[in-house]
Design a protein around this ligand. Structure first.
Ligand code: KG4
Ligand code: ZN
Length: 340
C-alpha cells in the first residue's frame, strides 16, 4: 500500500488530501476562499497566497488526524507545481518541500491539469485507455487524448476565454455574483426555452479548438439591448440561450474527437463538469453513439488535492519524483509535464 499526502494551492482553494494507492480517499479537505474573493468579483492573487499561508497548517494537521497522526505512514508528499498563480503555487510548494524534508519522504510535483484528467478515475475499478477528456474550468477548456497516465495529447483548446470564465462574466454582467457558473446553470433551468438562438462557435470547424469570447459578448450585448439584469424570466431565457450554445459546442467536439480517435470512453472534468446541462447532454449523446461517459463526483470536479495525490501515485510507481529545488510554473504545457 502506498499512502500519499497531496497539497493543492494553484488558485483560490487550499486543499490537502490523503489517498492510498491512487484511489482510496482517506480525507479530501478543501477550504474555499470564495467568500474572501467575492467582493472583488474575481480572484485576487495576493489575497489567495496569504490565505493559503494561513490555511495550510491547520488543514495538514486535520489530514494527519484522519490517519491517527501517523506521519510515518505517509510514503510521499505530492504538490501541484503548475499551471496556476505562481505566488499561490509557491506557498504550497514551499510547505510541501518542508514536509518532505522533515519526514524524509520523496516529493512529487504534479501538473494541476493532469490531476483534473485523473479525477474521473478515482472511483473506477480500472482505467480505460485511450480515452478522450474534456477539461472545462474557469481557466481551461481543452480536449485531450489520454493514452496512459503520463501520456497525453492536447487535441484542442480555447483560443480566448475559458468556458467557466464566460459563465462568470455573464453572471457578473447580470449582477448575480461570483462564481457565476452554478448561478447561470440554475437560472437557465428556469427557462422553458432559449430567448433566441445563438451561434455555436467553431462547432463544425475541422479542429478541436474553442472560442467562448464571442459567445459571451453576444450574450452581454443581448442583455444590454433588452435592458435585462438580475434574476428575471427574461434573464433566464438569455442564460438558457448562452448555456445551450456553450454546452452544444463542448459536447459536439468531445464526441467528434472520440469518434476520430476510435475511443469508446470520454470523461468530463474540471469545475464546469458540475454543469447540469453539460452532464445531461453528454450522457444522452454519448449513449446514442455507444460511448461511455465518466464524470467525477462534485467534490472531485472542482479543485481538490485528492486528484493530485491520486495522480502522484502513478508517478511514484513510475519512479518520477522531484528534487527539492523544483519550481512553480504559471504555465505548464503538456510536453513539460513531469519536469523534475
Ligand atoms: O476547476 P475549478 O474549480 O477552478 C479552476 O481551475 O478554474 O472551476 C471553477 C469554474 C468557475 O468558472 C465556475 O463558475 C465554474 O467552474 N462552475 C460552473 C458550474 N459550477 C462551477 N460552470 C457552469 N455550471 C456549473 N454548475
Ligand atoms: Zn482546476
Amino acid at each position: 500500500m502506498t499512502r500519499i499526502l497531496g497539497i493543492e494551492t494553484s488558485c483560490d482553494e487550499t486543499a490537502v488530501a490523503v489517498v492510498d494507492d491512487g484511489r482510496r480517499i482517506h480525507c479530501n479537505l478543501v477550504s474555499s476562499q470564495v467568500a474572501q474573493h467575492a467582493p472583488f468579483g474575481g480572484i485576487v492573487p495576493e489575497v489567495a497566497s496569504r490565505h493559503h499561508l494561513e490555511l495550510l497548517q491547520p488543514l495538514v494537521e486535520q489530514a494527519l488526524a484522519s490517519i491517527d497522526g501517523d506521519a510515518a505512514g505517509i510514503d510521499a508528499v505530492a504538490v501541484t507545481h503548475g499551471p496556476g498563480l505562481v505566488g499561490a503555487l509557491l506557498v504550497g510548494l514551499a510547505y510541501a518541500k518542508g514536509l518532505a524534508l522533515a519526514w524524509n519522504k520523496p516529493l512529487i510535483a504534479v501538473n494541476h491539469l493532469e490531476g483534473h484528467l485523473y479525477a474521473p478515475w478515482m472511483d473506477a475499478e480500472t482505467d480505460v485507455f485511450p480515452h478522450v477528456a474534456l477539461l472545462v474550468s474557469g481557466g481551461h477548456t481543452s480536449i485531450y487524448l489520454v493514452r496512459a497516465w503520463g501520456d497525453y495529447q492536447l487535441l484542442g483548446q480555447t483560443r480566448d476565454d475559458a468556458i467557466g470564465e464566460a459563465y462568470d462574466k455573464v453572471a457578473k454582467y447580470l449582477g448575480l455574483g461570483y462564481p457565476g457558473g452554478p448561478i447561470i446553470d440554475r437560472l437557465a433551468a428556469q427557462a422553458q426555452r432559449p430567448a433566441f438562438e445563438l451561434p455555436r462557435p467553431m462547432l463544425s470547424a475541422d479542429h478541436f479548438d474553442f472560442s467562448y469570447s464571442g459567445l459571451k459578448t453576444a450574450v452581454i450585448t443581448a442583455l444590454e439591448q433588452a435592458n435585462v439584469g438580475g434574476v428575471s424570466p427574461e434573464a433566464a431565457g438569455v442564460a438558457r440561450a448562452f448555456q445551450d450554445a456553450a454546452v452544444d459546442v463542448a459536447v459536439g467536439k468531445t464526441l467528434r474527437a472520440a469518434r476520430e480517435f476510435g475511443c469508446k470512453q470520454v470523461t468530463i472534468t474540471g469545475g464546469v463538469a458540475a454543469n447540469s446541462r453539460l452532464r445531461a447532454l453528454m450522457r444522452d449523446e454519448a449513449a446514442s453513439a455507444g460511448i461511455e461517459v465518466r464524470i467525477p463526483p462534485f467534490a472531485l470536479c472542482t479543485d481538490n488535492a485528492a486528484m493530485i495525490a491520486g495522480v502522484a501515485y502513478q508517478q511514484f510507481n513510475a519512479g518520477v519524483t522531484a528534487s527539492l529545488d523544483v519550481s512553480a510554473f504559471a504555465r505548464l504545457p503538456p510536453e513539460s509535464w513531469r519536469v523534475p
